[in-house]
Design a protein around this ligand. Structure first.
Ligand code: B12
Length: 248
């Protein structure tokens, strides 16, 4: 088995055999070269503080991105009205835990093969003032051709956009996935749909304006109060579940 296949099946196994496998579906795994020039461009696109893979792991050669899609039950549970479903909140907490666990276990697994690896937390690694992170998981996923950005700002993959991403940066060279991903977003295709924009309780999404992350975050923090018994649970996801390509 090639290292690429080994890593893919390692991640698939961890999701499909996880304690809360009822919340998830089969993950997607993508590979990009740490030398892809888009990683340098992210300093202009996201912020000057955005890290290059080599800032995180000096010997970085490959960036492994993975997507853990939510189950149909999770997605359907959050479709009604502006209130966030218990299931959505629960899947947020469980997905973050699982992604952090997969990343840590993969780093250990690769170390035993003399491959250096480093990882980044699933979330809560952003600057509270700018609401930007020094590592954008979805930009890594985009560079690995796992999907394209929808109007809802989610990466829409071939498994949909309802789910969460993780990243592990490694010192081994694995051929990148160069096949261009499909454009699913109907707004980007032909100007139609706009379901994500209409479903946003904060009017934070607009086709011609930058996403208003501060308006969005205000609501996420209100919702977090409701689910405080689960830990920090800043969620909403209406722009995700309203997308015709939430599940694929
Ligand atoms: C800060 C943050 C937020 C902020 C700001 C979000 C924002 N859109 O900027 C707040 C708190 C508001 C928020 C809200 C939500 N978040 Co949030 N958040 C993050 C976090 C920690 C960092 C993202 C960041 O730095 N944003 C700054 C912007 C500039 O970067 P970016 O959004 O990642 O990528 C943009 C650019 O790269 C840009 N871009 C433009 N041109 C180009 C060209 C190229 C070549 C490239 C590569 C990129 C690119 O497009 C992207 C989208 O606008 C990430 C985890 C992580 N570390 O990546 C999760 C993350 C983005 N959040 C996520 C989710 C799911 C949510 C919510 C749905 C809440 C929920 N869980 O219920 C909402 C959705 C809001 C939305 N529509 O974007 C997921 C997205 C998963 C997906 N399927 O895509 C992430 C990736 C967490 C994870 N581990 O999966 N979030």
């Amino acid at each position: 088995m090639s290292l690429k296949e080994e890593i893919r099946s390692f991640i698939e196994r961890m999701v499909l055999e996880s304690e809360r496998k009822d919340l998830f579906r089969k993950p997607l795994v993508g590979f990009s070269s740490a030398d892809n020039s888009l990683y340098t461009d992210l300093k202009d696109i996201v912020s000057p503080d955005h890290l290059h893979p080599k800032d995180i792991l000096p010997k970085a050669q490959t960036v492994v991105s993975f997507f853990v899609p939510f189950s149909e039950t999770v997605v359907d549970s959050n479709k009604k009205g502006p209130a966030v479903s218990y299931r959505w909140a629960e899947s947020y907490v469980e997905a973050n835990k699982l992604i952090n666990q997969i990343s840590a276990d993969l780093v250990d697994y690769l170390k035993k093969k003399n491959i250096d690896a480093a990882t980044i937390k699933a979330t809560h690694n952003f600057d509270e003032k700018t609401l930007k992170s020094a590592w954008s998981h979805r930009s890594g996923a985009y560079i690995a051709n796992m999907g394209k950005f929808g109007l809802n700002r989610m990466i829409i993959t071939r498994a949909g956009c309802a789910g969460r991403f993780g990243t592990v940066i490694i010192s081994a060279n694995i051929p990148a996935d160069n096949e261009e991903s499909t454009e699913f977003c109907l707004y980007h295709k032909n100007g139609s749909c706009l379901k994500c924009m209409k479903s946003c309780p904060q009017n934070a999404l607009h086709p011609d304006k930058e996403f208003d992350r501060f308006k969005c975050y205000d609501l996420l923090l209100k919702n977090a109060d409701e689910f405080s018994h689960m830990g920090l649970c800043d969620v909403c996801g209406k722009c995700v579940v309203s997308c015709p390509f939430a599940l694929l």
